[in-house]
Design a protein around this ligand. Structure first.
Ligand code: ADP
Ligand code: MG
Length: 708
């Protein structure tokens, strides 16, 4: 399906109910009311809701929709839908298409099967979905019928948060308020501040047949067994190389579908590992960007099938080969078009920039454990806890020129020849802060990249919502903290500029241990971080403890993001997700070992022992082949026994873990299960090295990862 004859700008956004479309299809007054709801958070009245619903329905019908759904993001991290058709009986019992304001604003899915963290009994965990007008409604096209999707939040009947979007929206509000109050001190004319987000999404593509041939991939998204192929990423010939045609076909279809949905995909390229790729959009308002990333992940999954491909969004589909991340590029924008993380041209705007920069550094320093918890999952543990990607230690990279500026700020003494006389000679001499694009540190989990921070530790399969909610809220808190200090200093008689410098210095002194410019992979950093007292939390069960820590409870309740009970629920759900994932992996490990690898290897062993008998009778027992084949048979026999022993141990550990009642103990027990899975894997992986291909029950890495 080539669209080369069409300009993207001609069909971009045709499947979304954009503001422009709303304006065309709604009475002017009603449109302006919806606009106030979106931009100022005003309440929507019933009549306007009805007008919006009719406009939305009429548009959706022209798009071939028969059904609508409130589209929401439960705490599982994926998206959920419950479709309803537009049909209704009119008074005369004719069927008509109808859609009311009430149906637009509120839907009632049966929430009982969504995780509620044990907060409520199943009955009470029911909830309803509420339209989020700040992210446009969109039409999902399927071969057999289109559906109108209405982005929504999901809350329980008793008002508890049960999804990922409601907290995000609250964090956006909190950040707006705190940032605006800060900006007022700088006489900044902005009337709204929002975070912006550009999500770089990494993924693997493999032939769909291989995917179906491997129960581990199909059911857990990753291979639980397998040895790396002889040639993988060591030649570094994949990164930015030519995109294979088949992958290209997939990408262009994704792009076309995304453009229709208003998702501004911008870049596509190969990644480091074989069969690994990346796609990134132009950044957008954070709420829309997160919805877009969720839609994109769904699209990728569906479109891959059209090309007989399977897309792997898992953080570590293949052991020993690079994993996938989701770099969350985050900045703060004003309604006047200013990026608050962009170093300014004037001394005054530089001072404002430094305030937002230091607030971010301090936010990450203060809430590093919470940020770590926000990206914790069984699948991301393979990156963060292991020897790759950013490590589990959260630190901030700033680049050389900013580091120099901050060091001068701390010492109060500008470095030689820097021309930075600003600290002693007065604020009007603040240097121009140059953008530092040269020394990018790819190993940092949280790096400043010119005019934005890049949170690189987010996992490829995760929703960016939770980490961004944490970041936004922590930022709101730190901006408020800085502002209070500033107001105190000014009240104490300091002039504004000196007060800012003082406050920045005090704050930075406290938080500078979070700054790290070196190689995050090195073992020295592990030691150094320990010396600095930075947390290095390797596993999900340990990491998610931070969700209910005093610091998190205070932060989230002060800013009305979550109350303590909701945080308890989030903690439980995170732990449950971890436990479920590991338990599924463990069962599949056991099943594959017992019903696939063992029989395959035993058959091979039988072939060898038959061969030994044959050689003996044909060539005599002194034939060298008898000795060598017997050696091989013995080697395999030992591994066969080991496989059975390790699998039996795994079975015992699974059973023991299942009996644990307390969630923390269960999480820990499944941590042990995970370790035992690795032991089973080690035996199988060794066997893979010398077992006949004919008897190997699943595709090898070397089959799956040789390009498309
Ligand atoms: P990289 O070198 O990391 O690939 P890019 O400049 O290509 O950096 O940007 C990566 C992502 O960051 C893109 O999605 C881009 O739109 C996004 N980005 C750029 N500026 C901002 C910003 N101010 N706020 C949020 N995201 C941004
Ligand atoms: Mg990047």
């Amino acid at each position: 399906m080539s669209k080369n004859d069409k300009l993207v700008s001609d069909f971009f956004g045709t499947n979304i109910f954009s503001l422009e479309r709303m304006q065309q299809l709604m009475p002017a007054q009603a449109y302006h009311q919806v606009l106030s709801v979106i931009q100022k958070g005003e309440k929507l009245d019933k009549d306007t809701a009805n007008l919006a619903a009719v406009a939305l329905k009429d548009w959706a019908l022209t798009k071939g929709c028969t059904h609508y759904t409130h589209w929401f993001q439960p705490l599982t991290g994926s998206t959920a839908e419950k479709h309803d058709s537009f049909i209704e009986f009119a008074e005369d019992h004719h069927v008509i298409e109808s859609f009311s304001g009430k149906q637009l604003i509120q839907g009632e899915p049966d929430a009982s099967s969504f995780p509620s963290g044990g907060m409520r009994s199943t009955f009470e965990a029911r909830g309803y979905t509420i339209w989020d007008p700040t992210s446009p409604a969109f039409v999902m096209e399927y071969p057999n019928g289109n559906t109108l999707c209405i982005p929504s939040i999901f809350v329980s009947y008793t008002g508890e948060t049960l999804d990922k979007k409601a907290p995000l929206l609250r964090s956006i509000q909190a950040l707006n308020k705190s940032a605006l109050t800060m900006l007022q001190l700088f006489n900044n004319p902005a009337t709204r501040v929002f975070s912006t987000l550009g999500v770089e999404q990494e993924y693997f593509l493999i032939d769909r047949q291989y995917y179906f041939d491997r129960p581990d991939l199909r059911q857990t998204g990753r291979t639980l067994f397998g040895i790396p192929p002889a040639k993988h990423q060591q030649l570094e010939d994949q990164y930015f190389g030519n995109i294979p045609e088949r992958a290209f076909a997939f990408m262009t279809e994704i792009e076309e579908e995304s453009y229709k949905l208003g998702i501004p995909l911008k870049t596509r390229h190969n990644e480091v590992a074989p069969n690994q790729f990346e796609v990134a959009p132009i950044f957008e308002d954070v709420n829309v960007a997160i919805d877009h990333n969720q839609i994109l992940m769904d699209l990728m999954d569906r479109v891959a099938a059209h090309h007989d491909l399977a897309v792997l969004l898992h953080e570590k589909p293949f052991a020993h080969i690079n994993g996938s991340g989701k770099h969350a590029n985050w900045a703060l924008a004003t309604d006047t078009g200013e990026n608050l993380l962009n170093p300014g041209k004037t001394p005054h705007s530089n001072l404002q920039f430094l305030v937002f920069l230091v607030a971010t550094v301090n936010a990450v320093y203060t809430h590093a454990p919470l940020l770590r918890a926000a990206i914790a999952s069984a699948s991301n543990d393979h990156r963060l806890g292991a020897n790759e990607a950013p490590p589990a230690i959260i630190s901030v990279f700033l680049g050389e020129s900013l580091t120099n500026v901050l060091e001068d700020l701390l010492s109060g003494v500008p470095r030689e020849n820097s021309g930075q006389a600003w600290l002693s000679a007065g604020i009007d001499k603040i240097p121009e802060i140059r953008r530092d694009n040269t020394d990018r540190n790819r190993t940092s989990p949280f790096a400043f990249t010119g005019n934005k921070f890049e949170f690189r530790a987010v996992g490829s399969s995760q929703s960016p919502s939770t980490p961004i909610t944490a970041l936004n809220t922590a930022m709101a808190q730190q901006l408020d903290t800085l502002r209070l200090l500033l107001e105190q200093a000014i009240a104490g008689g300091k002039d504004f500029n000196s007060a800012v410098v003082d406050v920045l210095r005090i704050t930075l002194k406290k938080s500078k241990s979070i700054l790290f410019e070196g190689d995050n992979y090195s073992s020295n950093w592990q030691k150094e971080a320990k010396r600095r007292g930075l947390p290095n939390i390797k596993t999900t069960p340990e990491a998610v403890e931070a969700v209910t820590s005093a610091a998190a409870v205070k932060l989230y309740s002060d800013y009305k993001i979550f109350n303590e009970r909701e945080l308890e629920a989030v903690y439980h759900i995170d732990m449950e997700n971890f436990i479920k994932q590991i338990s599924i992996e463990a069962v599949i490990t056991k099943d594959m070992a017992t019903t696939m690898y063992l029989p395959g290897v035993v058959q091979y062993l039988t072939e060898i022992t038959d061969a030994i008998a044959g050689v003996k009778s044909a060539l005599g027992r002194t034939s060298p082949a008898v000795a060598s084949l017997t050696g091989l048979a013995k080697k395999i026999a030992i591994k066969v026994a080991a496989l059975q022993t390790e699998t039996a141990k795994l079975d015992t550990l699974i059973a023991a873990a299942e009996t644990k009642a307390a969630i923390k103990a269960k999480g820990k027990a499944f941590g042990d299960v995970k370790v035992q899975c690795e032991k089973v894997r080690a035996v199988v992986d060794e066997l893979e090295e010398y077992t006949s291909d004919n008897h190997w029950p699943v595709p090898h890495y070397r089959d799956m990862l040789v390009g498309l």
